[in-house]
Design a protein around this ligand. Structure first.
Ligand code: TYD
Length: 209
């Protein structure tokens, strides 16, 4: 009899720009590996052709309407799920935990604040090829704290990186989480603490999965 492989878990990280997702994803990934799990790290926008179109628009190289952005993110997300080589579905089925930097919550917060939010929500949640995460970790920081981090670390800014916009997106994230609280498991984590404190907090929440 062949042994049944236990499915991996889809762990999503969200936060406004500069919230420290990269550092925490790295630490969680190391932790999970150290306790014997296999981990696959991934991010949206992806490295696909659609992901390239999105990065061009995010960097201001090309101009896209809010609806175009929302639709491109959905297309990129579907491919991210179903791609047979290293897609989310394949990884989970192989028993690998997937840690994803941003997912549909970002579409609902960013594109949802620029165009019809119900349309953006339904396109994502009603799509049979976009999986619901096992948990979403939201690293929460005020835009002021976030801009300080962004300005310290980088020279170029993406189109969404200014304080006013970040405030709008953060408020929208809160609204999205309120709306989805009975459907998705969302954990809001205070990201204005030391790296170690935040990491321990996250590990504690993951252990309850
Ligand atoms: P990037 O610099 O790649 O990542 P991060 O800022 O998280 O380190 O930027 C991704 C940008 O894409 C970020 O500004 C949010 C935006 N985005 C959306 O607007 N909608 C989405 O659905 C996703 C996944 C990202």
């Amino acid at each position: 009899m062949t042994e049944q492989i236990q499915r991996g878990r889809l762990i999503v990280f969200e936060g406004i720009d500069g919230a420290g997702k990269t550092t925490q994803i790295e630490l969680l990934s190391k932790y999970l590996t150290s306790v014997g799990r296999r981990v696959y790290r991934t991010a949206e926008p992806t490295e696909s052709v659609t992901g390239g179109l999105l990065r061009d628009a995010l960097g201001g190289v090309s101009r896209r309407t809010a609806c175009e952005m929302a639709a491109l993110f959905v297309l990129d997300r579907i491919f991210h799920n179903v791609n047979p080589v290293n897609g989310i579905e394949k990884m989970l089925a192989d028993g690998v935990d997937v840690i994803c930097d941003r997912y549909y919550y970002s579409s609902m917060a960013y594109q949802g604040s620029e165009t019809d939010s119900t349309w953006v929500k339904e396109m994502n949640l009603n799509c049979p090829e976009i999986r619901r995460p096992d948990i979403c970790i939201f690293l929460d920081l005020t835009p002021k704290q976030s801009m300080e981090r962004i300005n310290r670390g980088r020279v170029t800014h993406e189109i969404y990186e200014n304080e006013e916009k970040l405030e709008q997106v953060r408020r929208k994230f809160y609204g999205v989480f309120e709306d989805l609280k009975d459907r998705d498991r969302i954990e809001v984590v205070d990201a204005f603490r030391t790296v170690e404190q935040i990491h321990e907090d996250i590990v504690g929440r993951i252990q309850t999965l």
